[in-house]
Design a protein around this ligand. Structure first.
Ligand SMILES: [Zn+2]
Length: 135
């Protein structure tokens, strides 16, 4: 991601910003222009609570190129309490404790120290609910 593009997106990165269809109220994360329920292009920014639960997960032992974190790491599909599902890394998770249905919460994180353009890239991850911040 280029530096200007990064700064345009910063607000949507440090909080879980999606959209709500202005016509039928369906919520989306990530944002999309057209509602798949009612075809409306009218929507408004919607900030999700950041609370969710693990729907399914797996432990990744062979990370993608450029990944510099510790392995294995936990990759999960999380269902937000407002409904939408997303794929995310679960940080600070102990292998024995991660299970389907486990409550998790949004955690703004540095994802890699050197992105493709040599900038620090940030994004969201999730952590077990109630885990202390900045760990
Ligand atoms: Zn709609």
């Amino acid at each position: 991601m280029s530096v200007p593009r990064f700064w345009r997106r910063i607000h949507s990165l440090y909080r879980l910003e999606g959209v709500k269809c202005a016509n039928c109220g369906k919520l989306y994360f990530p944002q999309r222009n057209r509602c798949i329920e009612c075809n409306s292009y009218e929507n408004e920014v919607f900030i999700f609570s950041g609370n969710g639960k693990i729907i399914t997960y797996s432990w990744v032992y062979t990370p993608p190129k450029g990944f510099k974190g510790s392995i294995p790491y936990c990759l999960a599909i999380v269902e937000l309490e407002e409904g939408p599902r997303l794929t995310t890394q679960i940080v600070a998770a102990e292998k024995k404790k991660v299970k389907i249905g486990m409550p998790v919460e949004f955690s703004f994180r540095k994802i890699s120290a050197e992105g493709e353009e040599g900038v620090i890239t940030y994004g969201f991850k999730f952590r077990p609910k109630g885990y202390p911040n900045n760990k």
